[in-house]
Design a protein around this ligand. Structure first.
Ligand SMILES: *Cc1c(COP(=O)(O)O)cnc(C)c1O
Length: 432
């Protein structure tokens, strides 16, 4: 199947990370997120080992924890020696709650509140990735009030359209993120940062987009960023010690997505960075990359139980499930592709084309369109949506007061609950 951790037994039972999906669903109920701990760790090691080999031991991948943020994921990142990106006080709290070493954390976001900044500094945040001048001043002021020197990187927009979905492209000049190199604002904020008494500027960050399948955008981003680094040295005498190239390679949501060798791609980027640094007479800065989805996406799947099956002759077929846009809003948001399969059998000879839809009162509540399902599928059958480990739980909601699903982790010792299932009472707990 689309990832090696998904297999079927001879009689058609779906297995994920070595566990029987139907058995787990019996045990924990439906709908359910299942995550494969070994796969998460493997994905971390792919980045960590390749970056250490290609860039040297100081290079570190930062897991962009917005992709899936809950306590156990930060424990795993800690054990794997990863850094993390966080973007809110909520993610910071979750990481801090399990003792994540905050010197390896980077605080992102285009609009950090004063409260976020104060909480981050008080937690010992390794770096703030500063989006704009107002924020720079706020961090300087809040660090100053605590008599601290806060390390920062500045987020720059290199002006690259990564030819990916518009909603997940962030490197163009007109983006809401960062300061544009092209307009001179990047130089302006660098000059300003160097005057801030309570900040230590270590270098720059850029993020050119997500779900990219080759290194072309990284090579172009690195080229633009390193020229900027050289320009800041020449103009301002500023020595960049750290360069963050952003996240993350693509993942296979369907058989049509390419297979990517992440290690080989990292080596290719490293070779380009090193030769360009030599040409520009720069010491190679410490390199950061920020994979999110490629750490967790293929380590997750979602199991649903089929409810209503509606056949509208001459029009369309609908298979409704006991979840939907509340646990996976990505089709509704971006039209994201997913692979949907039966849990207890392979596709039979006789299939029907259908839309797999959720239970919410919203016609956009669609998990996937043009799915082939067994023609005789009916109420009670379990189906699985693959590659849901990234941006599903993280983007889930309680729309229609639907309780969120639990996350069950599987590893070689068995299975355990990483996030418990919400109850209707949980959903109403803050109502007065
Ligand atoms: C979202 C994001 C990432 C991670 O992107 P993925 O596609 O999940 O790898 C990394 N860095 C920044 C700044 C981001 O906003």
């Amino acid at each position: 199947m689309i990832c090696a951790n998904i297999t079927r037994t001879a009689d058609g039972a779906l297995r994920f990370g070595g566990a029987d999906v139907a058995v787990l669903t019996e045990k924990y109920g439906s709908p359910l997120y299942i995550m494969d701990e070994a796969r998460i760790r493997e994905n971390c090691r792919t980045y960590k080992n390749a970056m250490a080999e290609a860039f040297g031991p100081a290079a570190l991948p930062l897991y962009a924890s917005k992709a899936a943020s809950f306590k156990q994921i930060y424990r795993i990142m800690m054990e794997e020696g990863m850094g993390v990106d966080i973007v809110s006080s909520g993610e910071l709290y979750t990481a801090a709650a399990v003792g994540f070493p905050m010197h390896k954390a980077y605080f992102h976001s285009n609009n950090k509140t004063d409260a976020d900044i104060a909480y981050g500094i008080d937690c010992g945040m390794g770096h703030f990735v500063v989006d704009n001048v107002e924020e720079l001043d706020a961090i300087d002021r809040i660090a100053g009030a605590r008599n601290k020197i806060q390390p920062v990187l500045l987020r720059m927009t290199p002006g690259i359209d990564p030819h990916t979905y518009a909603a997940v492209s962030t490197g163009q000049v007109d983006s809401k993120f960062g300061s544009a190199i092209e307009t001179g604002q990047a130089e302006e904020i660098t000059r300003h940062a160097l005057t801030c008494q309570h900040l230590r500027l270590d270098g720059f960050h850029c993020h050119v987009g997500s779900q990219v399948f080759d290194s072309d955008v990284y090579l172009r981003a690195a080229d633009i960023m390193l020229h900027f680094v050289a320009e800041m040295r020449d103009k301002l005498g500023f020595v960049t010690t750290e360069l963050d190239l952003g996240g993350g390679y693509g993942v296979r949501y369907t058989e049509n997505d390419p297979i990517i060798n992440i290690g080989a791609n990292i080596h290719q980027v490293a070779a380009a960075v090193k030769s360009l640094c030599a040409a520009l007479k720069l010491d190679v800065p410490v390199i950061r990359m920020e994979p999110g989805r490629s750490i967790v996406a293929d380590a997750g799947l979602t199991v649903y139980t089929v409810g209503t099956v509606k056949r509208i002759p001459g029009y369309k077929n609908y298979v409704s499930v006991d979840g939907g846009m509340t646990d996976n809003p990505r089709f509704a948001l971006y039209g994201s592709k997913y692979t949907v399969v039966p849990v207890s059998r392979t596709l039979p000879e006789t299939v029907m084309r259908c839309s797999v839809v959720g239970r919410c009162c919203e016609s956009g509540d669609i998990i996937q369109e043009n799915v082939l399902m067994p023609a005789d599928i009916r109420r009670g059958e379990k189906i699985a949506v693959l590659t849901t480990g990234a941006y599903n739980y993280a983007m889930s909601s309680n729309y229609n007061r639907v309780p969120r699903l639990p996350i069950v982790m599987v590893n070689k010792n068995g299975d355990y609950l990483a996030v418990r299932r919400e109850t209707p009472a949980d959903v109403a707990q803050y109502d007065v």
